[in-house]
Ligand binder design. Structure first.
Ligand SMILES: [Zn+2]
Length: 65
């Protein structure tokens, strides 16, 4: 029968868990921001920046300067 684990050990484990959780939170936040930015850029690119109309059937490759 094993008793309660030493306080120092459990505290260390808790600290490691908190650290892992923190890293996961930061990573997920960064990923979320990245995806949101990408999505925003994609949505933004759906409209012409000049006339504001919906995407042109063919992109004006020439004449952009
Ligand atoms: Zn346009």
């Amino acid at each position: 029968m094993y008793g309660a684990a030493p306080a120092s050990r459990s505290r260390l484990e808790v600290r490691g868990l908190v650290l892992v959780e923190l890293v996961m939170m930061v990573l997920s936040g960064v990923l979320l921001g990245f995806v949101a930015g990408l999505f925003a850029f994609k949505v933004k690119s759906r409209w012409c920046p000049r006339c504001g109309t919906y995407t042109h059937t063919m992109p004006p490759a020439a004449g952009i300067r």
